[in-house]
Design a protein around this ligand. Structure first.
Ligand SMILES: Nc1ncnc2c1ncn2[C@@H]1O[C@H](COP(=O)(O)OP(=O)(O)O)[C@@H](O)[C@H]1O
Ligand SMILES: O=C(O)C1=C[C@@H](OP(=O)(O)O)[C@@H](O)[C@H](O)C1
Ligand SMILES: [Mg+2]
Length: 223
């Protein structure tokens, strides 16, 4: 058994059906899950990073930030870190140096972000396609795939033109091609949550539940 696993809890621990879900939402924290679920999620995470993967527009950056806020752990967005380090926007980086250079920077940033204990990392949509990135994420983190249908992604990404890979004649078709190539790889992530046309708090709450369920499963294995 690895170090980070949760210890057995009191009777009823893991039997979600017998417990009422008490929400700890406040005006400052609308939709925040019950403290019990937050604790379970943190126990499952241990000293690792929760790493959001998925296609552009899935909500990795938005949901990742909210989950980190609820768990009260540090939040990092790999694209933001790349922009900070290079002092360029992702679009300018692609234009000036090309995708290969961006991917090299991305891999370096991800390796760095996976260090130093618990936290949440939102990756850019291409990061999980790199085998080395998947390895470091698997070693030091727990990946959650925000799975979403094409129309949901398209509705979100078409609002802004900050995604260089979509600067094509048929951006929706490009998104679909990326889906076909990438979804089998995203599907190897240990956790999956369906990102859809629902409030951010709903999706973030389902991420917390998915993490909490990891703790419950582990507890079930300890006897
Ligand atoms: N559940 C949601 N409901 C409505 N809008 C959302 C939801 N999740 C994300 N968004 C919005 O969709 C856009 C893309 O989200 P973002 O977090 O940038 O995705 P990603 O990082 O996966 O590309 C942003 O404007 C974000 O605020
Ligand atoms: O899918 C991709 O290859 C990319 C996704 C973007 O991040 P988001 O997924 O956060 O939009 C960003 O890293 C870059 O434009 C490339
Ligand atoms: Mg993002």
């Amino acid at each position: 058994m690895s170090r980070w696993r949760a210890r057995p809890g009191p009777p009823g621990w893991g039997d979600r059906s017998t417990e009422r879900s008490v929400t700890h939402a406040t005006a400052a924290n609308p939709g925040r899950p019950a403290e019990r679920d937050i604790s379970r999620a943190l126990a499952a995470l241990g000293p690792r990073k929760l790493v959001f993967v998925g296609l552009m527009g899935a909500g990795k950056s938005a949901i990742g930030r909210l989950v980190a806020q609820w768990l009260q752990v540090p939040f990092f967005d790999s694209d933001h870190e790349i922009e900070r380090a290079s002092r360029m926007s992702i679009s300018d980086l692609f234009a000036a140096y090309g995708e290969a250079e961006f991917r090299a920077l991305e891999a370096r940033v991800i390796r760095r972000l996976m260090k130093n204990g618990a936290g949440v990392v939102s990756t850019g949509g291409g990061a999980y396609m790199n085998e080395k990135n998947r390895r470091v994420i698997g070693d030091k983190g727990l990946a959650v795939w925000l799975d979403a249908e094409l129309d949901v992604l398209w509705e979100r990404v078409s609002r802004r033109d900050n995604r260089p890979l979509l600067k094509t004649e048929d951006p929706k078709g490009t998104l679909q091609t990326l889906m076909e190539a990438r979804y089998p790889v995203y599907a190897t992530a240990p956790l999956r949550v369906l990102s859809r046309d629902a409030p951010r708090e709903t999706i973030a709450g389902e991420v917390i539940s998915a993490l909490a369920a990891v703790a419950a499963q582990d507890t079930g294995n300890v006897s």
